[in-house]
Design a protein. Structure first.
Length: 333
């Protein structure tokens, strides 16, 4: 084991890249040297890591000399162009984009769920979609206990999942709406302030791309195509943290009490389930936290073996940056 690693972050100026930088410092990851890579528009800007000022470099195919570990989060097209070069130069790449997630020879990993899959990598490990990650953390203990036949999930996704610019746009739109001004549209196809909207491209099936990611990634992560998955993904005017309403049909009966115990003992999960005292996971409380929060655990009386769960996680942390760093920690430390 090396004492330290030469690390590069691709997409360092984005919301996820910034969160990766924060978490590497928070978790005392053994960074020996650090390259911050972005487009030519951001080259020359300065970010801070452990009190040191680091100049952002333009991403090129020469950026990966003397790099052991790459965290990439600059979009699928960027990953497709540059990640093969990083791998050829000997770096381990953990990619947070959709570019390689469904490739047969690329592990798609959530450490609490299928860390063993990461051991079979060929220099590249994919980070799942943010909504899939938190759902998998919450459902894996149930899957192991009684099996899962079907999942119906509806998401309530924060605007930071789109970009940092989207956060600023929501702030602007909220002010404009309250002041009765025309609404500025930049990153969103519709007004996002005081609204609920579908914010992903639709496919020929009628599903949007985010919904299909949740279906396909669930099957791959659990190595189980027999599970029925129905997803509806929605953007809501929340800055940080995604919320999910999950209905699960299991192969065997799991009572409400048994489900609580199953989840309470599982890694990466925090239970907040006291609805009589209005205590359940909320985005405003979970933002900035690392765990996946579960509450409102109920038996579904409409089917024989059904459960309802309410699941909330910070999409920039566990839904992206943290999951990637946890993979590296498990493999390298």
């Amino acid at each position: 084991m090396n004492e330290s690693y030469r690390v590069a972050i691709v997409g360092a100026t984005g919301a996820v890249g910034n969160t990766m930088l924060e978490l590497l410092e928070e978790r005392s990851f053994p960074v020996g040297s650090l390259k911050l890579l972005a487009s030519h528009r951001s080259a020359g800007e300065i970010l801070t890591f452990k009190g040191a000022h680091i100049v952002i470099e333009e991403l090129t195919h020469d950026s990966f000399e003397d790099v052991d570990l790459v965290f990439s989060s600059a979009g699928a097209s960027v990953s497709r162009e540059f990640i093969p070069t990083a791998i050829k130069k000997g770096a381990l790449v953990i990619d947070n984009t959709s570019a390689f997630r469904m490739d047969d020879d690329t592990p798609l990993v959530v450490p609490e769920v299928n860390m063993n899959a990461a051991l079979e990598h060929n220099g590249l490990i994919a980070n799942p979609n943010c909504s899939t990650i938190q759902m998998m953390v919450a459902l894996k203990p149930i899957y192991d206990a009684v099996g899962i036949k079907r999942i119906v999930v509806s998401t309530y996704q924060s605007v930071s999942g789109k970009s940092g610019r989207a956060v600023n746009e929501l702030i602007l739109q909220t002010t404009e709406a309250l002041e009765g001004k025309p609404i500025t549209l930049d990153r969103f196809p519709h007004q996002m302030a005081f609204n609920v909207a579908f914010d992903w491209p639709f496919t020929d099936s009628g599903d949007n791309e985010e919904e299909l990611k949740m279906v396909n990634e669930t099957h791959k992560i659990l190595s189980d195509d027999s599970i029925g998955v129905s997803a509806t993904t929605v953007r809501v005017p929340v800055f940080f943290a995604h919320s999910e309403s999950i209905n699960v049909e299991t192969h065997e009966k799991l009572t409400q009490v048994e489900a609580r115990k199953c989840l309470a003992d599982a890694p990466g999960i925090q239970l907040i389930d006291d609805p009589d005292n209005y205590k359940y996971p909320m985005a405003i409380d979970v933002a900035g936290k690392d765990d996946v929060y579960v509450g409102r655990i109920r038996e579904d009386s409409s089917i024989q073996n059904g459960l309802n769960l309410w699941v909330v996680a910070d999409n920039l942390r566990k839904g992206a940056a943290l999951n990637a760093i946890q993979i590296a920690e498990e493999l390298l430390l």
